[in-house]
Design a protein around this ligand. Structure first.
Ligand code: 3H9
Length: 661
């Protein structure tokens, strides 16, 4: 056994072409050290599992060893099973076999964790007799987000270590917790700046240095029913969280061996399920999203970003940038408007602090400068306009920015519907222009559509990419068209839904069908929430411009009688004491509309509604692909899932359409 060198692969290092072993055994005094080195995230591939068993066997045979440390090279401890292997049948040795071998070992193994210890990685650590974590470590069981449950004894070992209540919270949500919380709930034994050194010490003592934690108390009998209701409600049709709770219940109530077998059966069944396949597709699609952003030379981090316009959207964009640790210069028309913008940003930051996104408001707000002169944006390599959605106003602003800013500054527009090409023509060098389409509220929503014009330069694209990276947003590149990718597909959804209203469906039946399918909300209740008047104004404008047929819609009819949504206590629905209820008035307006069109209403089943809307979405998505607006079908799925509440476990509209072919 070679001496332990404590080597760690450099950040981001990948395995070289020369085959190096992914698992090595070394020694430090009387302690065996098993090191996993399988970049980028030390996933437990078959090769790693074979290596672990062989290293363990070798260590067991060495009579001079009294303990062992399990550690990882590189930026993280094991991030879980290797997801790329999950489309094939399980291969030997399986992870349960490896975990059992660590648990049964005559040596006391201590897991030395840094980075993230997730899924199968945490299961392996749970099979060790002790766990040490560095301060920044995050641990969790994210299996449910992949449509599965822990399958290597994780639910059983976790439940006996931290109790059923805490285990259920972790396993049914997939939530990651930090080292401090992990220590508090008894999931790890020690937090140490150098987990490797601390683990060597503990292992060298044969594990005697680990305090034995008290046996966790059993939950009250009513816990299971209450938890089951909570989990079902949140799951919205997803199977794995419900199965995860069932596995924890078995872990808490069945004999250990039976619970382990039951967990494995559930895991193997779920691994093959349609939901798990769809979630694996989304996992890799999200990581591939915005591919062309990765092909441009990487820009340096942005130190300061300019935002013009401090209304709801501008303030929200500024909030997102400030939270990311970057300074913002925000320009508004006058002092009153800058004061309003600052207030809006402060309110957003307070809400973010309440949600635990930031620890305090003041240091974040200190990064904000507000002013009224465009020349104050001089130091900003990227300026985002979020002024009123009007072409004349936006082109005048771009002309002015073109005059005062250095030629290297990138100009971005947050427009949702205006033609970015026309806007780009208003500046001398259109290659410095791109669109950055945020979703409201920008400091919460994870999606960013990066709108690339034919002439957008690589440095401009790189600036957009740098911003997305700093803001930790999922960025997808889109070409120019009405509504870009997401809003254009949602418009097709809306048109299809309104067509079904006309033919006989009701808003509540359509919304219920889509909610049951897994959407967080239906299209009509969502419109009521945001207000029907914005889209109405846009339709009127487009009809005047000859861009939309001059045919009135049911939605127009609602607006004409001031049914604008929640804000007028009535839209598609009525609102009674804040409760959403079916509206006889809306039903009457719809019936009148049908009569006018000479339509005899028919009944729609939930399946018909869902199929019709999915078909409309995928037709539009195919058109978007044909026109070269999206870079690939997976990007479209990512947009709809991350930005528009399409149920993740369904895989997205393109995934569904392609599967059906
Ligand atoms: C499990 O453990 C089941 C067991 O209970 C049961 C077994 C019996 N496998 O996210 P990043 C790749 S289920 C394969 O961009 P970050 C990823 O595709 C697993 N590949 O980095 C990407 O590749 P590329 C439970 C993986 O720093 C690269 O690594 N575990 C895996 O933003 C970098 O990834 C999880 O669900 C994997 N497990 O975030 C954790 N993980 O560069 C999943 C990553 O070619 N992983 N890759 O695009 C994560 O949450 C994040 O990757 C992590 C790092 C937080 C670790």
């Amino acid at each position: 056994i070679a001496p332990d060198t404590g080597r760690r692969a450099a950040e981001g290092e990948r395995r070289s072409e020369v085959a190096e072993p992914t698992v090595t055994l070394s020694r430090s005094g009387s302690v065996g050290v098993i090191t996993i080195d399988n970049p980028p995230v030390n996933a437990l591939s078959q090769e790693v599992r074979i290596g672990l068993l062989s290293a363990l066997e070798q260590a067991e045979l060495d009579p001079t060893l009294v303990g062992g440390v399990l550690r990882c090279a590189g930026r993280t401890f094991v991030a879980g099973a290797d997801i790329t292997e999950m489309d094939a049948p399980p291969s030997e040795p399986t992870l349960p076999t490896v975990a059992d071998a660590f648990e049964r070992s005559r040596l006391c193994w201590v897991a030395a964790m840094h980075g993230t210890a997730l899924g199968g990685g945490l299961e392996l650590a749970l099979a060790c007799c002790g766990r040490v974590a560095e301060p920044g470590t995050r641990v969790g069981m994210p299996e449910v987000t992949l449509g599965i449950i822990p399958g290597a004894g994780g639910t059983v070992r976790l439940t006996s270590l931290i109790g059923a209540e805490a285990a259920a919270r972790l396993v049914t949500t997939g939530k990651q917790i930090d080292a401090v919380e992990s220590r508090q709930i008894g999931l790890i034994d020690v937090i140490a700046e150098d987990a490797h050194a601390a683990s060597l010490e503990i292992a060298g003592s044969g594990g005697r240095a680990i305090e034995t934690s008290p046996t966790p108390r059993a939950p009250k009998p009513e816990f299971w029913d209450q938890e089951s209701i909570r989990v079902r409600e949140k799951a919205r049709g997803q199977e794995s969280p419900i199965e995860a709770l069932a596995a924890i219940r078995e872990a808490a109530t069945l004999p250990r061996a039976e619970a382990l077998q039951a967990e494995r059966r559930r895991f193997l069944r779920l691994r093959e399920s349609e939901q798990a396949k769809a979630l694996r597709h989304v996992f890799f699609a999200e990581r591939k999203a915005g591919a062309s952003l990765r092909n441009v030379p990487k820009a340096a981090d942005l130190q300061r970003v300019g935002v013009v316009g401090g209304g709801t959207m501008g303030s929200s964009i500024a909030t997102a940038v400030l939270i990311s640790g970057t300074a913002v210069t925000l320009v508004e028309q006058d002092d009153a408007a800058t004061a309003r913008a600052r207030n809006l940003i402060e309110t957003n930051l307070k809400a973010s602090a309440k949600r635990g996104v930031i620890s305090s408001v003041e240091p974040v707000l200190a990064r904000l400068s507000v002013c009224t002169a465009l020349s104050d944006l001089e130091e900003c390599p990227l300026v985002i306009e979020a002024v009123f959605e009007d072409m004349a106003i936006k082109t005048a602003l771009f002309k002015a920015l073109d005059d005062v800013l250095p030629a290297t500054a990138v100009l971005a527009t947050n427009t949702s519907y205006l033609d970015v090409r026309e806007l780009a023509r208003s500046v001398r060098d259109p290659s410095r222009v791109l669109g950055l389409h945020f979703f409201a509220p920008a400091h919460v929503m994870k999606l960013l559509e990066v709108v690339r014009l034919p002439q957008t330069s690589d440095p401009a694209l790189a600036a957009g990419s740098a911003l997305a990276r700093q803001l930790r947003k999922t960025a997808v590149v889109t070409g120019v068209c009405e509504g870009f990718i997401g809003n254009r597909i949602m418009a097709a959804y809306r048109r299809n839904a309104e067509e079904m209203l006309l033919r006989g469906a009701q808003p509540e039946t359509i919304d219920a069908a889509m909610r049951d399918y897994g959407f967080a909300a239906g299209i009509f209740e969502t419109q009521d929430l945001s207000g029907l008047d914005i889209a109405w104004a846009m339709r009127k404008r487009r009809r005047l411009e000859g861009k939309d047929p001059a045919i009135a819609t049911i939605s127009d009819a609602l607006c004409e009688v001031e049914r604008l949504g929640r804000k007028t206590m009535g839209g598609w629905y009525d609102y009674v004491d804040g409760r959403q209820v079916s509206s006889p008035e809306t039903a009457r307006l719809i019936a009148e509309f049908r009569d006018g069109a000479g339509i005899t209403p028919r009944v729609y089943t939930a399946a018909e509604i869902v199929n019709s809307i999915l078909a409309a979405m995928s037709r539009e998505a195919e058109a978007i692909l044909r026109e070269g607006i999206a870079e690939g079908p997976d990007d479209i799925d990512v947009v709809m899932i991350v930005g528009f509440g399409f149920p993740r476990y369904r895989g997205g509209p393109m995934y569904i359409a392609r599967k059906a072919q």
